[in-house]
Design a protein. Structure first.
Length: 485
């Protein structure tokens, strides 16, 4: 497999880098003229690249590859830009960067600086910039779909439409204040009553977007599933099986896992975060293990889903064929099941041939009764023999899809009209916008105060796309990018 890497140069003097295609030693006095090198915009040229700062550039060829020239404003950044496509070796990259850094006006780009320049030059807004970052970091099919929605401008169009409607309403309200306010003593004139009806329609629309935002954020950030259970039940083994690689240490010594261990996997097209936790038990004198247990309980309560792994050797069989947990383990698991609807699996059934849960009886499930009176349908598994793992995958798939299917549309088939917020920043600004719109409909505020509520709503929407001053969030946003984007 042949690997390729791209090195981009952007800025007013970017075309100086064309000189790397010449064997002539750099003098600093050459006239920089694109036409001199006979380069056309958006044409791919096969060139040799030299370190022109070497004493003998003709003897110090770095590589050969593709050179492209993009003239401002018809480039990603909106500036003059050169793109070098070279072979993927680290030595090639280092030599190219070293040669480029020798130009007096050149420096290495900061993470996200190319996209930041594109934003400042009006090539994209903040929402599209975030879409680029999400696309780069997408690990699942659903994350890819959401990022493409932003990149294609669907989200920007909706936010811009909302902002335009609010600005029109603000214009009407301000016109009243400027030209008609002195002619009436009404606390809430008719124009504000009509505008109030419009804000109510807008509020209901925004509430719908906020309602589904949790789902979008889960898809973007990952669906977290905590694996919990008593020590040595097989939690770490399951973690490694699901991840298809060694993530957690597996040992016969109880209490091996002390801290939270997490990994991301692509499960059924979704980004799923698996978290392996310390074994839950009440009787332990080990202070570090106690802290691990507390972390496990806290993590389980804050997760989107919980997978409880039990050891059949720790269960007690009762007359009706169901199973109950031992007293010291039930108290801990009961606390978790009060806030979560878990998937429960009973592991190591290969050790018990006389169990009602044995494979020879072809019973894939058995009844598990907890002390709080709740009963669960538990799946019988053997991680060692990989028995019923396919059924566990099916349960996990259905579990994840059910959690996300509460949306008003089919997340697996997003279309052009669907809108799903995937960033906390957007949700919080929409919530602030909603609050200002609700304030606008208050009966105890004078018209000039109502105008300010509308103005604040316009500002909140504008901050999403970057149409107003957002300097305080720019550095945070673009630092999430990799260098070269």
């Amino acid at each position: 497999m042949l690997f390729q890497q791209v090195i981009r140069v952007s800025g007013d003097t970017a075309t100086d880098a064309i000189k790397l295609t010449q064997q002539k030693k750099y003098s600093g006095t050459d006239i920089n003229n694109v036409e001199k090198y006979k380069l056309k915009q958006r044409y791919a040229y096969f060139k040799k690249f030299y370190n022109i700062f070497h004493d003998n550039p003709s003897q110090n060829q770095i590589d050969e590859g593709i050179l492209l020239y993009f003239k401002a404003p018809h480039s990603f950044t909106g500036e003059d830009m050169l793109e070098f496509q070279v072979h993927g070796g680290n030595a090639v990259k280092q030599q190219m960067l070293m040669a480029l850094s020798r130009f007096p006006t050149f420096r290495q780009a900061e993470p996200g600086e190319f996209t930041k320049r594109a934003y400042f030059n009006g090539k994209l807004d903040l929402v599209k910039a975030e879409g680029i970052n999400d696309l780069i970091n997408a690990e699942s099919e659903q994350q890819l779909k959401l990022s493409m929605q932003q990149l294609q401008g669907r989200h920007s169009k909706l936010y811009n439409d909302l902002r335009t409607r609010l600005m029109r309403m603000l214009a009407h309200a301000e016109a009243y204040i400027d030209f008609e306010a002195d002619e009436t003593n009404d606390l809430k004139p008719e124009v504000f009553v009509e505008l109030g009806k419009e804000t109510e329609i807008l509020s209901n629309q925004i509430k719908g977007y906020i309602k589904d935002s949790e789902i979008g954020e889960v898809i973007r950030e990952g669906f977290k599933i905590s694996i919990i259970g008593p020590p040595n039940a097989g939690k770490s083994t399951l973690m490694n099986l699901l991840a298809k690689r060694r993530v957690s240490i597996v040992s016969e010594i109880a209490g091996t896992t002390r801290d939270l261990i997490s990994t991301n996997i692509n499960l059924f097209g979704y980004n799923v975060i698996l978290v392996d936790t310390a074994g839950l038990r009440e009787q332990t004198r080990d202070n570090i293990e106690q802290q691990g247990i507390q972390l496990a309980q806290k993590e389980a309560k804050s997760s989107h889903g919980v997978l409880i792994v039990l050891d059949i050797q720790d269960l007690e069989k009762v007359d009706d064929g169901s199973y109950i947990m031992k007293e010291d383990q039930q108290l801990i698991v009961n606390e978790i099941t009060q806030s979560q609807d878990p998937i429960i699996v009973i592991n190591k059934i290969d050790l018990y041939s006389d169990s009602n849960c044995q494979p020879s009886n072809t019973q894939d499930y058995c009844k598990l009764v907890l002390k709080n009176g709740l009963s669960y349908k538990a799946l019988n598994v053997s991680f060692k023999d990989q028995l019923n793992l396919e059924k566990l995958y099916e349960k996990l798939e259905q579990f994840v899809k059910n959690k996300i299917s509460t949306s008003q549309f089919d997340i697996n088939n997003l279309n052009a009209d669907d809108f799903l917020i995937s960033r906390q920043r957007h949700r919080e600004l929409l919530e602030q916008t909603l609050q200002h719109l609700e304030n606008f409909r208050r009966d105890d505020l004078f018209p000039d105060m109502l105008v300010e509520e509308l103005r604040a709503a316009v500002i909140c929407i504008g901050r999403i796309t970057g149409h107003i001053d957002v300097e305080d969030i720019l550095d945070i946003l673009f630092k999430e990018f990799c260098i070269g984007k």
